[in-house]
Ligand binder design. Structure first.
Ligand code: HEM
Length: 272
């Protein structure tokens, strides 16, 4: 429908400037990249915590990602390619998130004023997400750069030496809290924003969602701190002679299992 002014000015409907679809596209891309990063971090935490099972198990997980069990040789470059993909998504996500940052001191003071006045749980959560996200700009990029450039230095001894002797543990400790809070809140906000699991009673499901969020965050924080402590302990024990590579005992000396009791004696390697 044309307005009177448009008719007088001779402006047709086709001449009207179209509303841009870009804000919506950017919002969707930010949600999707955040979802991918959060799911990646869940996988990451489980893989890294393989050290809690045994050194051999962590070694096997590392070699699996290097294609060792597929090609019969390890190619750490495969890990670099995955890291590069994560880095691209991370930078995209951070770039899109910057749109939501307070642009100047006035905006910042206004937000703080609202936050303190409202004392609204989800508004405070947004603030936590903003602060942790900002910290991750720096904490995650140095870690990703290390993994991108030295993918072959991942392993039970290699990682533990980096954590302890390389003094990466303070960075990992802070990054762990930031990433778990940020990812947990992010997933919760995604669910609220896009109406996942809303059900019939939106208020009740939001309360349940928030409780689930804290359970998941607490779980990954406990897992992460225990894992970090395990790497620190291994690195500390090796502090006088760091730098070696871990090779499972069974690879150095393949086990010579005795033949089963029912195996005919003339078929044994060394007949008695
Ligand atoms: C493909 C990309 C990534 C790879 C291959 C990777 C690999 C690793 C490895 C092997 C460790 C053990 C310590 C070490 O070797 O230095 C580790 C620890 C850690 N990484 Fe990553 N990482 C990646 C991406 C990320 C991202 C995006 C974050 C987000 C901040 C992150 C946060 C952490 C944290 C917090 C720890 C300490 C773990 C703990 O305390 O349990 N990583 N990572």
């Amino acid at each position: 429908m044309q307005t009177g002014a448009e008719v007088i000015a001779g402006v047709g409907l086709a001449d009207r400037p179209r509303k841009s679809r870009w804000p919506a596209r950017m919002d969707l891309t930010q949600s999707l990249s955040g979802l991918v990063l959060a799911l990646f971090m869940w996988g990451h935490m489980f893989f890294v915590s393989s050290i809690l099972v045994s050194k051999d198990f962590m070694w096997a997980i590392t070699k699996m990602f290097e294609g060792y069990f597929f090609f019969g040789r390890a190619f750490p470059g495969i890990v670099s390619m995955v890291v590069f993909g994560v880095l691209v998504i991370f930078v995209l996500h951070a770039f899109l998130a910057m749109r939501k940052f307070p642009a100047n001191y006035r905006q910042y003071r206004m937000f703080i004023g609202h936050k303190n006045l409202l004392k609204h749980g989800d508004t405070t959560l947004w603030w936590v997400q903003f602060v942790t996200g900002f910290a991750l700009f720096f904490l995650a990029t140095v870690h990703l750069y290390q993994m991108l450039m030295h993918p072959g230095d991942i392993g039970p001894f290699e990682s533990a030496d980096r954590v302890w002797t390389g003094r990466w543990w303070p960075l990992y400790l802070v990054a762990l809290f930031c990433v778990e809070l940020h990812g947990g809140i992010g997933l919760y906000r995604l669910a609220v924003k896009w109406g996942w699991l809303e059900g019939k009673d939106a208020d009740a499901s939001r309360k349940r969602l928030k409780a689930a969020k804290w359970v998941v965050t607490a779980f990954f924080l406990v897992l992460g701190v225990t894992t970090l402590a395990a790497y620190m302990k291994i690195g500390y024990d090796r502090r006088d002679d760091p730098g070696g590579r871990y090779t499972p005992a069974w690879l150095v000396n393949p086990p010579q299992a005795p033949p089963p009791w029912w195996w005919p004696s003339w078929m044994r390697e060394t007949p008695k």
